[in-house]
Ligand binder design. Structure first.
Ligand code: NAD
Length: 320
């Protein structure tokens, strides 16, 4: 069946990987990418699909209700990635996070309702659950976000849920763990460390480096969103995780191994304020739909390092 999809934030890391995946897999789908091109949005991320007749780009803000309304008249599905996404920036100044992540999501939900959108996939994060020492969060667990970033995402989740409960807008929420892969802005841990090391610079490790994150290769996340979009149940929430829990120091050492560096490249820095110790998700609900992460962590990390080695043109101009 022919589908028209509005992808918000499609010029960012995950959104661009998702658009490339969807255009490749479904040649009959039409995709409009609405992106404001903040510092994190990069037209280079989708240079290779720019001329695809099924793809179009609109430079605009999800907080602009006129733009949102106009685009939502043209599509039947929304996949909403657009967000301010970097925790450290939200600690410095949360205003853009509240505006884009909360107000922007509200505007999209409201216009989606008025335009009778058939499915609204709201992309969220494991960070909304907060931290836990052991065990894993299920979709029904309460939300105890710690940072301004994660609380703005939790707020948007609740708004999205309320549009399903109150208005029966066909919303599905996904909550994914830490992504890595090509086109990730080099302020996030893995691309920052890789690009620093390629340039023979030290890598800043927070605190003792013992904080734990679950890592997923970005294409596994994209495939999970694709599956949920086609086979998920409206009104439901799906956790998405790679099943690769690692401490930050494990990740650092793994990157050292791939790039032939040693511990002398570590610079321990003051811990992040409110730093969550561990994130962990129970993904059995998504697995029951037939999804499994396909990429082995070590192989995907090596591929990612190789991608950054080969694509200096992409990241060099993004570094200060
Ligand atoms: P990113 O920062 O790389 O990209 C965000 C994109 O949104 C950029 O292209 C930016 O220009 C755009 N954008 C920001 N504000 C906008 C606005 N007001 N209007 C229109 N476009 C705007 O982020 P990402 O890492 O690709 O994350 C995408 C989504 O996935 C986010 O919602 C994030 O919360 C979620 N998520 C990310 C991860 C991760 O590890 N990166 C994990 C789980 C969930």
């Amino acid at each position: 069946m022919k589908k028209s999809i509005l992808v918000t934030g499609g010029s960012g890391f995950i959104g661009s990987n998702f658009i490339r995946h969807m255009l490749g897999k479904y040649p009959e789908y039409r995709i409009i990418n609405l992106d404001k091109l903040t510092y994190a949005g990069n037209p280079d991320n989708l240079r290779d699909v720019e001329d695809n007749p099924n793809y179009s780009f609109v430079c605009g803000d999800i907080c602009d209700s006129v733009v949102a309304d106009r685009l939502l008249q043209k599509v039947d599905i929304v996949v909403h990635f657009a967000a301010e996404s970097h925790v450290d920036r939200s600690i410095d100044d949360a205003s853009a996070f509240v505006k884009t992540n909360v107000l922007g999501t509200f505007i999209l939900l409201d216009k989606a309702l008025r335009n009778k959108i058939k499915k609204f996939i709201h992309i969220s994060t494991d960070e909304v659950y907060g931290s836990r020492i052991e065990g894993s969060f299920k979709e029904t667990d309460i939300l105890t976000p710690s940072s301004p970033y994660s609380s703005s995402k939790a707020s948007s989740d609740l708004l999205a849920q309320s549009y399903y409960i109150t208005h029966k807008l066909p919303v599905i929420i996904t909550r994914c763990t830490n992504n890595f892969g090509p086109y990730q802005y080099p302020e996030k841990l893995i691309p920052l460390f890789i690009t620093n090391l390629i340039d023979n610079k030290k890598v800043p490790v927070y605190g003792t480096g013992k904080n734990v994150r679950d890592w997923i290769y970005v294409l596994d996340h994209c495939k999970a969103v694709d599956l949920v979009l086609h086979n998920g149940t409206v009104g439901e929430i799906y956790n998405i995780g790679g099943g690769a829990e690692k401490t930050n120091i494990d990740i650092t050492k793994k990157i050292f191994e791939i790039l032939n560096k040693d511990d002398s490249m570590i610079e321990y820095v003051q811990d992040r304020l409110g730093h969550d110790f561990r994130y962990s998700l129970d993904c059995s609900k998504l697995k029951a739909l037939g999804w499994e992460p396909e990429h082995d962590f070590n192989e995907a990390l090596t591929d990612t390092v190789n991608w950054f080695l080969k694509n200096r043109w992409w990241w060099e101009k993004l570094r200060h």
